[in-house]
Write a protein that binds this ligand. Structure first.
Ligand SMILES: NC(=O)c1ccc[n+]([C@@H]2O[C@H](COP(=O)([O-])OP(=O)(O)OC[C@H]3O[C@@H](n4cnc5c(N)ncnc54)[C@H](O)[C@@H]3O)[C@@H](O)[C@H]2O)c1
Length: 241
């Protein structure tokens, strides 16, 4: 259960770090949080993309590979300084997809997906938590593939990395509740972003990135103050069969 956050004074603006903020769901999340009044630090391996988003929303851009542990530590330090010494929210959409056919999957590909999608998420949660006060909120980004297995042929390594993100999220929620920090996940269905453009998935309707960003923004907001360790599936009901 979450520790009491009554001693966290609501000061505006709220501040957030968004990983993978240069594109797709991360970009939409940066834009929505900024529209909601947050000061946002945009993290991405794509430095030019991050700068473009940050400039458009009046935020700060940081080039970061989320698998580089030392860089993650240093970049959170710099970002929290830029944000005025306070961090209220973290969203972690930074990830890569993969569609290698199952029998062609090798350990190197599997490790790469796990390293970026799962360990990269872990490192960012840990560093964000160092800077958060009670009331801090974290939202990871998994996938329906992490709940049900890869939805399309060739997505086993991706699905496994996202299943691990879901387990990581619940573990972090348990560990960080004592600090008054909540950790939840969204599990999107297919979304119209560059990541899906290269995949063979066939669906009747793709979500816009904003539909996922809305769920993330709610989980990061004080409105979700008693929600912790949950997964919010945002898939248009595709699993209602
Ligand atoms: N698009 C979909 O259909 C879909 C469905 C379910 C879940 N998701 C998840 O949503 C999240 C966002 O996906 P998207 O579709 O917006 O993808 P995207 O490819 O548009 O954006 C991902 C961003 O992450 C960045 N990134 C990748 N590796 C990085 C690294 N090592 N360090 C820092 N940044 C890195 C990329 O540069 C890119 O800007 C991902 O976690 C993805 O798995 C997407």
């Amino acid at each position: 259960m979450l520790a009491d956050d009554s001693d966290s004074v609501a000061v505006t603006p709220r501040t957030a770090v968004v990983t993978g903020g240069a594109s797709g769901i991360g970009k939409a999340t940066c834009e929505l949080l900024a529209a909601d009044g947050y000061l946002v630090a945009v993290f991405d391996g794509d430095e030019i993309g991050a700068r473009g988003v940050a400039d458009a929303i009046g935020g700060f851009a940081f080039a970061l590979d989320v698998t580089d542990e030392r860089a993650v530590v240093a970049t959170f330090e710099r970002a929290v300084n830029a944000l005025g010494g306070r961090l209220d929210a973290l969203a972690t959409p930074a990830s890569v997809g993969d569609a290698t056919p199952f029998m062609d999957l090798d350990a190197a590909t599997f490790s790469r997906l796990y390293h970026i999608n799962t360990i990269g998420t872990f490192l960012c949660i840990r560093e964000a938590a160092k800077h958060m006060r009670p009331g801090g909120r974290i939202c990871t980004v998994a996938s329906v593939a992490g709940k049900h297995g890869g939805g399309a042929a060739g997505t086993a390594a991706y699905a496994a990395s996202k299943g691990a993100v879901l387990t990581l999220t619940r573990s972090a929620a348990r560990e960080l509740a004592v600090k008054g920090i909540a950790v939840n996940a969204v599990a999107p269905g297919p979304v119209l972003t560059p990541m899906l453009a290269g995949s063979p998935t066939l669906v009747e309707r793709l979500a816009e990135p904003l539909a996922i960003a809305e769920a993330i923004a709610w989980l990061l907001s004080p409105a979700a103050s008693y929600v912790n360790g949950e997964t919010l599936t945002v898939d248009g009901g595709m699993r209602l069969d």
